[in-house]
Design a binder for this molecule. Structure first.
Ligand code: SAM
Length: 238
């Protein structure tokens, strides 16, 4: 049997895993070996006094920096097996659903979780790490970012989501945010479910959902709308 999608996480806090990745469908898929999770404790690769992993920043300033020798020793202990070596970093390329789809189609991920002020630049360059950000904000460490990225990939693996949970019409698929959802009761606190959704007219429902998706994308993420239009024009030309 071929090796399932494997996430290897290098972290100072291995106890933070599986964390949320052990819950719900992703956790069930993990126990069913539809994907694999490994953690490596960065600190165990330190040969310094008190197993220290960080030192003061060259040039001065606040905080501490993860040492390149310790970080590299941890990375070099991992057999990449064709997987990208990723440094989760607010300076990285913002993670998108298109990137998630690409990574989910590959053999897995090797993720380095930073702490303190981050990782010494030389090791990022020397090990040709791919820097990826999960958003324009600063977390205390890479562990939550790693779990977000792994979860986004694993839910796309075959057999992880039930047939009922299709990913085709989700936000970002087709370049739009998703339309709003409603369920029972039909009227809640005086607010009514849009009647078209209860009409049984599949064409009208599809049109309403498309119009709503465009409306919400225009209001919240006009940058996506430009890209979606570009994609549609390209498809028409092809
Ligand atoms: C406190 S942050 C370091 C922030 C860094 N000094 C800066 O200003 O860019 C510590 C670690 O958290 C992780 N991290 C923080 N924000 C992140 C984000 N938006 N995406 C991915 N990782 C993040 C990174 O691994 C980073 O090395």
């Amino acid at each position: 049997m071929s090796t399932p999608f494997t996430a290897t996480v290098l972290t100072l806090y291995p106890d933070a895993f599986p964390g949320v990745l052990g819950a719900s469908l992703i956790g069930r898929a993990l126990s069913m070996k539809k994907w694999q999770l490994e953690t490596l404790d960065i600190r165990s690769f330190s040969h310094h006094k008190h197993a220290s992993v960080d030192d003061t920043p060259a040039g001065g300033g606040p905080g501490m920096v993860l040492r390149p020798d310790v970080a590299a020793a941890a990375m070099d202990a991992v057999d990449l097996k064709g997987r990208p070596l990723i440094y989760l970093s607010p300076r990285g390329k913002p993670l998108t659903q298109a990137m998630v789809r690409e990574y989910a189609a590959g053999p897995g991920l090797v993720l380095f979780c930073g702490r303190f002020e981050g990782l010494d630049q030389r090791v990022i360059e020397a090990r040709e790490m791919v820097e990826i950000s999960v958003g324009d904000f600063v977390l205390a460490g890479g562990e939550v970012a790693a779990q977000a990225m792994i979860e986004a990939c694993v839910r796309l693996l075959p057999g992880v989501l039930g047939a009922a949970e299709s990913t085709d019409e989700e936000s970002f698929e087709g370049g739009l945010l998703e339309y709003p959802h409603y369920t029972r009761p039909r009227i809640w606190e005086g607010r009514e479910t849009p009647p078209v959704l209860l009409s049984g007219d599949h064409g009208a429902v599809a049109k309403w959902r498309r119009d709503e998706a465009i409306k919400i994308t225009r209001a919240r993420r006009p940058d996506l709308l430009g890209r979606a239009a570009g994609k549609e024009n390209k498809n028409e030309r092809d």
